[in-house]
Design a protein around this ligand. Sequence first.
Ligand code: ADP
Ligand code: ZN
Ligand code: ZN
Length: 721
Amino acid sequence: MPEHNRVIQVAVPRPLHSVYDYAVPEGMPIPPAGCRVQVPFGRSTALGICVNTEVANPHSRLKPIHALVDAETSDPAVSHELLDLARWMSSYYHHPLGEVLATVLPAAARRGAEFSITAADCWQAVQPEYVNPRAPRQQLLLEFLTTHPGSSGAEIVAAGFSRALLNKLAALRVVDRIDQRADPQPKEPNLAASPEQALAIEKVHQTLGSFQTLLLEGVTGSGKTEVYLQSIASVVANGGQALVLVPEIALTPQTLSRFQRRFARTGMLHSALTDNERLQTWLKCRQGDFDIVLGTRSAIFTPCQNLQLIIVDEEHDSSYKQQDGLRYSARDLAAKRAQALSIPLLLGSATPSLESLYNAKRGRYQHLHLLNRAGGAQLPSFHVIDMRNENTLHGLSHQLIRVIRHHLDAAGQVLIYLNRRGFAPTVLCQNCGWQSHCSDCDAKLTLHQTPPQMICHHCSLRFQVPQQCEHCGHTALLPIGLGTQRAEENARQLFEGNPVYRIDRDTTRSNKQLNEQLAQINRGDPCILVGTQMLAKGHHFPNVTLVAVINADAGLLSPDFRAPERTAQLIVQVAGRAGRADRTGEVWIQSYQPENPLLTTLIESGYSGFAEAELTSRESAQLPPTTPMALIRAESADAELAKQFLQQCKTQSQALGLLTEINIMGPVPAPLGRIANRHRFQLMLIATSRRALHRCLSALDQTPAPSKLRWSIDVDPYDAM
Ligand code: ADP
Ligand code: ZN
Ligand code: ZN
């Protein structure tokens, strides 16, 4: 065979845009595209992915690949479908293909792990009639397994048999392993769907087998999950699989068990799994052992035998956007995958993103509604407290304190929502106004109390609590503002006798701790919950009758163009925790700007009225989603270097002659200009068309970074930080 027919192209996981040609040594089969190969690279070796086998390279001195990692070349690590998705991502996000492929594969797979599924440690008798009169213990174990088929190794040992005995019977082929998940019988029946739910389920059913995006906008507590479950049921009945994405914070054991009670063969992919557990679930999905896989952002890359439906729950959630490295949106990739596979995508939310609403408005998405809460629960009523004429005690207005007392007295639970963890957002000198800042960031330090320390929420540096002003030496330092720790302490004093639970990133480091707190809360006794947005997402607190939003203003006043959208979503989501069962709820919002039109529109016209108004203002300001945007970020210990690099990018783009199609703003310092002693600048590109935007980025994406500088392209940035 002539030499050039034994050449393949390999993408390696390095920040380089090229793919490289390698020779396949005689006697080694040519690996099909998608296979993992070990190749010499620079002075070391790399695990790359073969991306092309039809290469004509007359060069006779090509380096040979070292080894094929995927022994079964008929079953490459990256399927054809996902390889195409990776290629698309590489061009859309302007990111090197080798690094994209490394993101698509689970960590263990990209380190070269062998693809073998560890057999489940569950046992059954396969020759129950076997008799060995000289081994009574063997006989007893055999009887045990005949009466308890499917017992796990641990259960067998607990019943008094040794592992050695079990292994002996296994070697004799008297007993054998069984797959515990072999029983696909659903354990729990469907609920009787409401007419609204039934209509949505029917719509999804009608689209099975073709590409269509459906946006399910359903108020909090309207039973979106039931729509998902019944839609999945028709897929599973059809022998297909469903992929369900949920926000990071929402993938709790409660969520999983809700799906598992309906579908025995449910797999779960989340960040707390070990690399090997993750690989095992990935492999089982790939060979069709699971009917559903439930996972967070990166689960969008799960290979499936026969995928027939993708669902993205809480599609507006920011955790679907990867904020570093390859800055992809799992929601947008879900649409891409569904399109390639000709299957429907179901997006669900009580507060859809403006992106999705815009697509629905233009007729690209089918818009479905659930306007009522399931089981007849009422939506909460809204009240705004004008803080300008209120006396406050510990950050709570007297009016709010009265309302809280009232709800506690009526045996209700109260949820106090704040957007800041820690004790107080800043420490201020009463003499000169000095505030405590991080040494390495342009950010104020947050005072924490248990243990007492100052923490930077941007670089995580910790400092001692200052005893005197660093500027004037005065010792009258005052904690200013309210964090969750302080609100918890205040609530204990103000509402003595009522338990107070704090739920934020500091108190819920472990799932176990969170579950214990949730169990106590859901016993239903009057209590106060204090927390950050962790409280707003997905939880069901049947006895919460009052939700108090302590400070709605910060989000409404932020310069980030997405801040109003995010704030409205948070208020509606946290309000949605109130009155989810038979008792109606109230939402009280403290604001120094009670007539801010964003707030009044939200309260008077609900989220959809708010979203409509906000979309109009984005349109007239030429901002996403109506106008495509990208950010180029650069950071370096040397501010000048970062700024110059972006200036050079700008000059280069301007030379392309796209001036009427692309508006380039900057370079300007990022909203947080310095983090961990690195200066951060950004360039904003706003284009009249995606084509123009991509032409411009393609001209820039291979610019080599000067040493001591990091830079990145962010297409469809989520926040301009
Ligand atoms: P969402 O995800 O829209 O916020 P959930 O799916 O969590 O709402 O449903 C809220 C509550 O309503 C859950 O306790 C659920 O079991 C219940 N529910 C949903 N659909 C029905 C139904 N058709 N009949 C009775 N209860 C329902
Ligand atoms: Zn001072
Ligand atoms: Zn810092």
